[in-house]
Design a protein around this ligand. Structure first.
Ligand code: FAD
Length: 472
């Protein structure tokens, strides 16, 4: 037998949490290994999440613009404008491949040992690696172990996913043709992004949501406005509606729904049904019991505020533990976990983690929303500025949405920012900086913003919390 290799840190999972942490650990001069069983690095995010979805969103938006807006923008196109789903999928795959390959190079460059296989606990310090190429299993030992095994789509009880007609987020990213009818269970971010993609390409899309509002976690006013804008684009919404059945019958899916309030039933039919009701932590195959580790009632590995399990050398980050299931949250934790191991201190500000929905317009927010502030009894002021009054948005013929600031009523300290609008996802970074530095809305209103840019709407919304805006 070859002797067991020993590392300062072994990371299980090569997603945004795991690979970022592996790099950071190596940069802090710790001998580091990363075990990933997918055959490609980057996790859910790069392979079947953030990146492929954004490729489809970007290119379907371009198609929609060319098809429906070109002439108003002074571009005459003769002949048919058609979607080529094969090429659309190729473009997606190309970006995924380039990025996952790039991560592999980064691990190499930083001296991280990459094991392509499934990792499982043998005991608290030793892990078994089962290589995906079928070669002999072996063990590695970690002085420290970081679990970053991520999440998987939550199944809908009674509805069987075949990834052909009844699909999860993974299957809906891989459709080979534009479905005539697409029904979606769940009006959260993933559901609405996929609704946008396929609706732009020609599908009739129906979003079925149990709650009375879309976009779980959005500020109430923003959620309402977003729904209006998406409905204008052709999406149909069935809110306050419960799905009671979804079965494939040949090439169609039969769906039964029920109005939550009245109990009224309705039968629907669709070519594709997407189940997008959320994600759950993934710990299958880890053999947690061998290390004496436990999960809570939601399947999350339980940790303290330094990411430690009951064994202080085993830490957990990303989707497989508490907090929002977002790539950038997993990355921040990956860095902080490495710093805790090396220096004994690290930091993630959970009050300042942005959320972005990459529809068009985009929706982005960070900090508290109105409902949360009311619940906490915090007195606040609202400042709002619409993109219809912003010169760049007007020039770009892209004026839907607004910037909304929530600021402390007394001190004007920024408490939350909520944006619907073009490039909201980029603009929210400025709000994050403001929150991190404890800025007041006056600080922002007195900061010179370039003209003509969308970010002038950001500045004027900040100004509107304590004074009159100039351009509205
Ligand atoms: P993961 O990315 O899930 O990575 C975990 C990895 O561990 C996987 O590759 C898995 O193969 C591996 N693994 C598991 N068990 C083992 C084992 N025993 N041995 C070896 N390897 C193992 N987030 C955003 O921030 N922005 C977005 O725009 C966004 N869009 C999304 C769109 C979709 C369609 C989906 C599904 C998700 C999206 N997310 C987005 C969420 C984001 O993908 C996750 O929050 C993020 O990937 C979590 O990172 P992670 O490292 O914790 O886990």
């Amino acid at each position: 037998f070859a002797s067991t290799q020993e590392f300062d840190v072994v990371v299980i999972g090569g997603g945004p949490g795991g690979y970022v942490s592996a790099i950071k650990n190596a940069q802090l001069n710790m001998k580091t290994a990363c075990i990933e069983k997918r055959g490609a690095l980057g996790g859910t995010c790069l392979n079947v999440g953030c990146i492929p979805s954004k490729s489809l969103l970007n290119n379907s938006h371009l198609y929609h613009q060319v098809k429906h807006e070109a002439s108003t923008r002074g571009i005459d196109i003769t002949g048919d404008i058609k979607v080529n789903v094969d090429n659309l999928q190729d473009a997606k795959q190309k970006s995924v491949k380039a990025l996952t390959g790039g991560v592999e190079m980064l691990l190499k460059k930083n001296g991280v040992t990459y094991f392509k296989g499934e990792g499982s606990f043998v005991d608290e310090h030793n892990l078994n690696v089962k290589p995906i190429d079928g070669s002999e299993e072996f063990q590695v030992k970690g002085k420290n172990i970081i679990v970053a095994t991520g999440s998987e789509p939550t199944p809908f009880p009674g509805i069987e996913i075949d990834e052909e007609r009844i699909v999860s987020s993974t299957g809906v990213l891989d459709l080979k043709e534009v479905p005539k009818r697409l029904s979606i269970i769940g009006g959260g971010i993933i559901g609405l992004e996929m609704a946008s993609v396929w609706s732009r390409l020609g599908s009739e899309v129906t979003v079925i949501e149990f709650q009375n509002a879309i976009g779980a976690g959005m500020d109430g006013e923003v959620a309402k406005q977003t729904q209006k804008l998406l409905a204008k684009q052709g999406l149909k919404f069935k809110l306050g509606t419960k799905v009671t059945k979804g079965v494939r019958e040949g090439d169609v899916v039969k769906i039964e729904v029920e109005d939550v309030k009245s109990g009224k039933k309705e039968d629907l039919e669709s070519d594709i049904l997407l189940v997008a009701i959320g994600r759950r932590p993934y710990t299958k195959g880890l053999n947690l019991e061998k290390a004496g580790l436990e999960v809570d009632n939601k399947g999350r590995l339980v940790i303290d505020d330094q990411f430690r399990t009951k064994h202080s050398h085993i830490r957990v980050i990303g989707d497989v533990t508490f907090g929002p299931m977002l790539a950038h949250k997993a990355e921040e934790e990956g860095i902080a976990a490495a710093e805790y191991i090396k220096n004994g201190h690290g930091h993630v500000n959970y009050g300042n983690i942005p959320s972005v929905m990459y529809t068009h317009p985009e929706v982005a927010w960070v900090g508290s929303n109105e409902e949360q502030l009311k619940e906490q009894g915090i007195k606040y002021k609202v400042g709002k500025f619409p993109f219809i009054a912003n010169s760049r948005a007007k020039t770009n013929l892209d004026t839907d949405g607004f910037v909304k600031f929530l600021a402390d009523a007394e001190t004007q300290r920024v408490l939350g920012v909520h944006i619907i609008g073009p490039n909201a996802g980029e603009m929210i970074a400025e709000a994050g900086l403001a929150l991190e530095y404890g800025a007041s809305t006056e600080d922002i209103a007195r900061t010179c913003h370039a003209h003509p840019t969308l970010s002038e709407a950001f500045k004027e919304a900040a100004l509107s919390t304590f004074d009159k805006p100039i351009n509205f």
